[in-house]
Design a protein around this ligand. Structure first.
Ligand code: SAH
Ligand code: SF4
Length: 354
């Protein structure tokens, strides 16, 4: 298999002997035009294209299915060059600013094929980790989704399949390309990395110079509760996780978000709401409450609406900086970001389900 050119950052494309202005033309084709075939790059000499195409491949993945429409949530199923499947989800959000309604697009990006962390409520990890995504496969999701949408993508959330902080060597160069004005030009403040709580990696990420946002999947107010659903808590207990968050905040001077999915009978008692609010106060963090979305084959359920509301109220009484309750319409597990499900990564089942 030829090597994927965008696995290297464009500043370092190892194209020996290719003049600078030709590389610049190539960069424009890929990052500005979203072009992935040598044939289309008509302002490059044919001989050069032929030579480059022997060694370098441009296309990181192929779209094999898309669900939804441009005005609603749109899900893309991609086939990677080795046949593995991943998904990205495009989510439009209409915002009103001074009477003008602007539609902004958020893309939910995958960072691994599968996941090794094994949170018990999550389908992405049910089948373990297959492999990390490469830099080009991460950047490629954004390039190709933008091409499909025919619109600028405004925000990225790394909440698709996989644990972003377990793949920093490929992810950080991908972020560089995404942020760079010569790359995708999406400002760092519009990128959110979500982590299950790899404390040592949070500290490492604090050194990354760009102002990216960080979200922590907390899902429990104490070790006992968190451990029931997140085995990672054994390796990085809450003390260590919260200390790492404190360090991140201190170094970055940036607010973080605590994500809390509500699962009936597991983490939805009001004591947990109190604890959650107190952690958020300590970290000066925002809270995102997300009622659990049912996953086929798993027995976890979202709490009843009254319990969700009671939990929300109790958190608010605890006076954290900000609490948001994210209730998606229609309980739509297929559309929800952050839940690229086993059902969808198995091609045959994907076809059956749609
Ligand atoms: N691995 C990272 C990012 C991907 S998961 C992480 O765990 O943070 C993105 C978010 O989706 C996490 O907060 C995760 O806990 C949440 N999630 C997973 N399965 C879910 C489900 N069935 N319902 C609601 N949220 C879910
Ligand atoms: Fe992996 Fe995140 Fe799913 Fe946990 S919630 S298994 S870390 S993708």
């Amino acid at each position: 298999m030829s090597t994927l050119l965008i696995d290297q950052t464009f500043e370092d494309w190892p194209l020996d002997g290719v003049p600078k202005y030709r590389r610049e033309q190539l960069r424009r084709w890929v990052f500005e035009q979203g072009c992935f075939t040598w044939e289309e790059m008509t302002n490059l000499p044919k001989s050069l294209r032929e030579e480059l195409s022997k060694k370098w491949s441009l296309l990181p993945m192929e779209l094999i299915r898309s669900q939804g429409s441009a005005d609603t949530t749109q899900k893309f199923l991609w086939k990677l060059r080795d046949g593995q499947l991943i998904e990205s989800v495009l989510i439009p959000a209409t915002e009103g600013t001074q009477g003008v309604r602007a539609s902004r697009l958020t893309l939910c990006v995958s960072t691994q094929v599968g996941c090794a962390i094994g949170c018990k409520f999550c389908a992405s990890g049910l089948d373990g980790l297959k492999r990390n995504l490469s830099t080009g496969e991460i950047v490629g999701q954004v390039l190709l989704a933008r091409k499909q949408a025919r619109k600028r993508i405004d925000n990225l959330v790394f909440m698709g399949m996989g644990e972003p902080l377990a793949n920093l060597p490929a992810l950080l160069p991908a972020l560089d390309q995404i942020i760079s004005p010569d790359g995708l030009g999406i400002g760092a403040r519009h990128l959110t990395l979500s982590t299950s709580g790899l404390a040592t990696k949070i500290v490492e990420l604090a050194k990354y110079p760009a102002q990216i946002r960080l979200a922590i999947s907390l899902h429990g107010g104490d070790d006992e509760t968190r451990q029931k659903i997140m085995p990672i808590n054994q390796k990085f207990p809450m003390n260590q996780l919260l200390a790492a968050c404190e360090q991140f905040i201190q170094e970055r001077k940036k607010m973080i978000t605590l994500e809390y999915i509500l699962i009936e009978g597991i983490n939805d008692d009001l004591k947990q709401a109190e604890l959650l609010a107190s952690h958020a106060r300590r970290l000066n963090a925002k809270i995102n409450l997300i009622p659990y979305n049912k996953v086929e084959g798993l027995h976890w359920r979202r709490p009843r609406l009254e319990q969700i509301k009671a939990f929300h109220r109790k958190v608010e009484i605890g006076n954290p900086p900000r609490v948001t309750l994210r209730m998606e319409k229609g309980h739509d597990i297929d559309a929800a970001c952050g839940q690229l499900r086993l059902r969808e990564i198995s091609e045959s089942k994907f076809c059956q389900s749609s």
